[in-house]
Design a protein around this ligand. Structure first.
Ligand code: ADP
Ligand code: ADP
Length: 225
């Protein structure tokens, strides 16, 4: 697993909207960190810098020492897996198995190894019995777990989750938390769900108006809130 190093990161959208201002952040291998802050704070914009979907206006982002830049993007996207808020953004194949195979197949994994990767990822999220179903016929919580499996199948060193608990019923929410706690990987989780942050992430970073305004143990930040 790799570290994430962000230094002096500024980003403005093409229309001039400043979304990130001088963000410095280091996440060590194996840490689990919640990214908190109000709507419009810059959380999604930050996540989109981590695998080069957006490019910094100034400053650098590096994963395990490798800068997030054009020539490195294929390797960066192998190292950083992002699970977006809406699982339907990540599920577009006729079956669960094909969706989960899509990423590793893209990275050149084939044959028995590909099958093994898919089976392992589905088992990790508790969806082993559903490989041949259509994602369209799953519940919202199951789709969320399959979307996570599509990213786990790529074996990323850093896992980034955007609002993983939104729209989940209490059972699905708890099952997802158990899955995430079992994973034992570097985790960055964008959330508005403070109990979830407290349960899953020893450390929290709070952003507001594009800046980091707090960074420390989650239980201390929540005690102050
Ligand atoms: P969230 O709070 O879940 O990050 P937002 O409401 O901030 O969601 O953004 C939802 C979508 O709208 C994102 O794709 C974002 O890029 C886009 N968006 C947000 N603000 C603007 C804006 N001022 N102009 C254009 N697109 C925007
Ligand atoms: P959050 O995820 O914390 O809700 P965002 O990263 O979506 O915040 O947005 C940060 C800022 O960037 C907000 O002011 C938002 O309106 C703006 N923004 C987001 N997407 C776009 C976009 N595509 N074009 C212009 N401004 C945007």
């Amino acid at each position: 697993t790799a570290s994430l190093e962000v230094t002096g990161l500024d980003f403005a959208y093409p229309d001039g909207t400043p979304a990130l201002r001088g963000v410095d952040l280091r996440i060590d291998p194996g840490e689990r960190v919640a990214l908190l802050g109000p709507n419009g704070a810059g959380k999604t914009t930050f996540v989109l810098q981590l695998n080069g979907i957006l490019t910094p206006t100034a400053g650098t982002v590096a994963v395990g020492g490798l800068p997030v830049r054009k020539p490195n993007l294929q390797e960066i996207r192998r190292r950083v897996g992002i699970v977006f808020q809406d699982p339907d953004d990540q599920l577009f194949m006729p079956t669960v198995r094909e969706d989960v195979a899509f990423g590793p197949a893209n990275f050149g994994v084939t044959g028995a190894e590909l099958t093994a990767r898919v089976d392992a990822a589905l088992a990790e999220v508790g969806m082993a019995g559903h490989a041949d179903r259509s994602p369209l016929h799953l519940s919202g919580g199951q789709r969320r777990r399959v979307a996570l499996a599509t990213v786990l199948a790529c074996d990323p060193e850093i896992l980034v989750l955007d609002e993983p608990s939104s729209n989940l019923d209490p059972v699905a929410r708890r099952e997802l938390a158990e899955t995430l706690l079992r994973l034992d990987r570097t985790l960055l989780m964008v959330t508005h769900d403070l109990p979830y942050a407290l349960q899953l992430c020893p450390r929290s970073v709070v952003v507001d108006d594009g800046r980091v305004v707090a960074d420390g143990p989650t239980r201390d930040l929540l005690a102050d809130a």
